[in-house]
Ligand binder design. Structure first.
Ligand code: GRF
Length: 217
């Protein structure tokens, strides 16, 4: 079976990266992790990747005079590894339109909210403060505007009484670890099409019922 070669770009602890690494260990998983790249040499995820035997690269943004030079170095690594899909997983650099266009429809991101709600940082704080009854996470194709682009898969996660930012983050992260490997699988199986900036997924099913929070008596 031909497998899709993916790269995972990280800046930090790399728990979503780990979820992808675990998924890729399954014999029938249709993607293979070509490499993990971090812009930060101290990212904890690098060690986790090495332990899993995944090739790692550091492209330290501080060593480049401008954003595009940094991205050219990143692009060279990705091309050199024969990467077909780039997965951002807690990658804390804003990518320029040049890079985003170069990898258009081959570049995905995971964000810990139900986009387009709460883009940017401090997502869970914003959700708790807004008093929403559901938050969640989103995997989307990347466009030049931050946390924006065709939505591939979402998980809705309820807020519970007494929730703090941290408690919500933990609950959402668990869902992230499920949807990211699933999103990559759908792409690798060739089931994903983008038409007029909307994602269509072949042979997929959706929940038939609404979720309520609180549950009506
Ligand atoms: C995740 O919450 C992800 O949605 C966001 O950054 C966080 C990265 O966490 N983009 P990890 O490094 O994958 O553990």
């Amino acid at each position: 079976m031909a497998v899709l070669k993916i790269a995972i770009l990280i800046s930090g602890r790399g728990s979503n990266m780990q979820a992808l690494i675990e998924a890729a260990k399954e014999a029938d998983y249709p993607a293979k992790i070509a490499c993990v790249i971090s812009n930060d040499p101290t990212a904890a995820g690098l060690e986790r990747a090495r332990e899993a035997g995944v090739p790692t690269h550091i492209v330290n943004h501080r060593e480049y005079n401008d954003r595009q030079k940094f991205e050219e170095a990143l692009d060279a690594k990705l091309t050199g590894e024969g990467v077909q899909l780039v997965c951002l997983a807690g990658f804390m650099r804003i990518l320029t339109p040049w890079f985003v266009e170069r990898w258009r429809d081959r570049l995905i991101n995971i964000h810990p909210s139900l986009l387009p709600a709460f883009p940017g940082l401090d997502t869970h704080k914003k959700a708790v403060e807004a008093g929403v009854k559901f938050s969640g996470c989103t995997v989307h194709f990347v466009r030049a505007e931050m946390d924006h682009g065709p939505i591939l898969i979402q998980a809705a996660v309820p807020l519970l009484a007494g929730d703090t930012e941290q408690k919500l983050a933990t609950r959402v992260l668990e869902a992230e670890h499920k949807i990211y490997p699933e999103a990559v699988r759908l792409i690798a199986e060739g089931r994903v099409n983008i038409h007029e900036e909307q994602v269509f997924i072949a042979r997929s099913s959706s929940p038939s019922a609404a979720a309520f929070n609180p549950i009506p008596a």
